[in-house]
Design a protein around this ligand. Structure first.
Ligand SMILES: Cc1cc2nc3c(=O)[nH]c(=O)nc-3n(C[C@H](O)[C@H](O)[C@H](O)COP(=O)(O)OP(=O)(O)OC[C@H]3O[C@@H](n4cnc5c(N)ncnc54)[C@H](O)[C@@H]3O)c2cc1C
Ligand code: SF4
Length: 509
């Protein structure tokens, strides 16, 4: 059936794409569950199951509208590579014309391009998902030395009219981030997250039968709690608008053992698989705000900035900086990730909680990723390749374009400051200020060099000491170096010795 194939990747589940506006009997849509895509990192079992299940439901819903589909199940045949499976389907059908939506990942774009040299006529089109384009990014920063997210964000606010009153930002300011750094009060319990309950047993059984190298848990595949259809995603989102948005800003950065998602929206999986579209998400937030003016502006602006600002910016940075970006290692770190990153078995409460939660749910919120796991990995001098692989596998929303920019760039500073203006690291002070982890920890957050001192403390000062050559001229770090330089030589030697001992025994912490 048909003389053109159109490939739909597992993260291209945009049912509103113009491809689907009319049924065309000459077109067959191809979807492929490939072994290579399921195993280029040790993915969380919830991520693999969620993607397979969402892909299958996407194909079924479009088939029911009359579109023609060829669906390759993970258990169909032994060929692992997506491109070669696609080529083989095309040859069997006698088709040379293959149309594809631009993939978001460099490696896929490079690989699929090879079809051109294999006798196929290929063409690319937009995934019709993102709000901005690479051309817009290049135009805005042409001739500039620094690429600030804030510049990009403001330009997009103006162009889209989101949260604008005429030419002015709503409320008179562009950014209310300073109000978004509160600790959760002691007696405050966030509402439990609203979750769907989908039976994904078949997709789960197929992932297991295919022996994909997965991590993490999926306790009950008959009650899967991530969205696998757009309507489920919008249900979660609309519930969050009502019960979560008002406190999103205030407690955005809070760290707690009381809740795994706090007031975060948990829509990144639905967004990154393109089940829902970012502009509509932002518009729904703004409409909710305009009809419920009691919702704080710091929450509304803070949320829109994450999507219109950070998410769009990271994607453009990814395409601007790849492929070099993926191998950058500014500090030349080469230490292996400690074993306990894979099971959460460490005496450090902040890490055992964040890693444990990530293994249980395939999820941690931004500050857990940045200031707990990312912070430790950077202070401990872990090889950024190891760090990337972990982040790429463990999170349900992890796709290279948004994972690597956040991990290698924002969190590990491996790009030498392209994305972050200084390394995001902290001692126990920050953790204590922002949450309740330290109250439940084996280690003492207040000391540096005792047997039970918090490892973050010595590692923090040791990091700045050992990286002085690379960091001392950074104007944002002047205060850090001034404080360190005031310590006497004995204290400094004690810190160095303690840090070395922690690093030598990293698997035992
Ligand atoms: C080291 C590290 C790795 C990360 N890896 C990923 C990843 O693989 N995939 C991913 O989608 N996000 C990643 N992030 C960004 C962020 O942590 C997640 O988007 C967020 O935690 C998802 O949960 P949520 O939907 O509840 O987000 P909310 O806090 O409710 O935010 C709403 C949305 O804003 C967007 N957003 C927020 N922060 C960022 C950001 N820094 N970059 C891009 N988009 C952002 C996301 O789409 C998110 O769904 C990473 C952050 C760090 C520090
Ligand atoms: S004391 Fe240190 S290791 Fe323990 S929770 Fe606090 S920051 Fe983490």
């Amino acid at each position: 059936m048909g003389n053109t194939l159109r490939l739909i990747l597992g993260d291209q589940l945009n049912a509103h794409h113009s491809w689907f506006s009319t049924v065309n009997n000459h077109i067959t849509f191809v979807m492929i569950e490939s072994r290579e895509e399921g195993s280029y990192a040790p993915h969380h079992i919830q991520k693999v199951t969620g993607i397979f299940s969402a892909m299958r439901q996407f194909a079924q819903s479009l088939q029911s509208l009359g579109h023609h589909f060829h669906y390759h199940n993970i258990l169909d045949g032994n060929e692992p590579n997506l491109r070669t499976i696609l080529a083989s389907i095309a040859r069997k059908k006698g088709v040379v014309k293959i149309e594809m939506q631009e993939p978001d990942e460099w490696r896929l774009r490079e690989d699929l391009e090879k079809l051109r040299g294999e006798g196929f006529e290929i063409s690319w089109c937009s995934s019709e998902h993102f709000i901005s384009s690479n051309a817009e990014f290049r135009g805005l920063f042409e001739g500039k030395k620094t690429f600030l997210m804030e510049t990009f964000y403001r330009a997009l606010r103006k162009r889209t009219g989101l949260l604008m009153d005429g030419k002015q930002p709503v409320g008179g300011k562009w950014n209310y981030d300073a109000q978004n750094r509160k600790k959760l009060p002691k007696d405050h319990l966030p509402p439990p997250p609203f979750v769907p309950s989908t039976d994904v047993s078949k997709a789960y059984a197929d992932a297991i039968a295919a022996k994909l190298p997965t991590i993490g848990k999926l306790e009950d595949p008959s009650h899967f709690y991530w969205p696998t259809t757009p309507s489920q995603a919008w249900e979660i989102f609309d519930h969050w608008l009502q019960y979560g948005l008002h406190s999103f800003g205030d407690y955005q950065d809070a760290l707690t053992t009381k809740s795994w998602s706090l007031y975060h929206s948990r829509i990144s999986f639905a967004l990154n698989t393109k089940m829902i579209q970012p502009l509509e998400v932002c518009q729904r937030v703004e409409t909710y705000y305009r009809t419920n003016p009691e919702v704080p502006l710091n929450a509304v602006e803070g949320f829109i900035r994450q999507i219109l600002g950070w998410r769009e910016f990271m994607r453009c940075v990814y395409w601007h900086r790849m492929p070099e970006f993926a191998s950058e290692n500014f500090f030349e770190f080469d230490r292996k990730l400690p074993q306990w990153f894979w099971n959460g078995e460490t005496k450090m409460k902040c890490l055992s909680h964040t890693i444990g939660q990530s293994l249980n749910h395939g999820y941690a919120h931004h500050i857990q990723r940045l200031m707990v796991t990312g912070n430790f990995a950077l202070l401990a001098g872990i090889d950024p390749d190891e760090v990337d692989l972990w982040y790429l596998g463990i999170y349900i929303d992890a796709f290279e374009w948004v994972e690597i920019t956040n991990t290698r760039g924002m969190s590990q500073y491996a790009d030498g400051g392209w994305i972050a203006t200084k390394p995001y690291v902290s001692s126990a002070n920050y953790m204590k200020k922002m949450g309740d982890y330290c109250d439940q920890c084996h280690y003492n957050p207040k000391t540096k060099t005792d047997d039970d001192s918090c490892p973050f403390n010595a590692l923090y000062w040791n990091f700045f000491d050992s990286q002085r050559d690379k960091l001392h001229s950074n104007f944002r770090l002047g205060m850090v170096y001034r404080t360190y330089d005031k310590m006497n030589a004995t204290v400094k030697a004690g810190i160095r010795e303690k840090a070395q001992s922690l690093l030598n025994n990293i698997n035992e912490l």
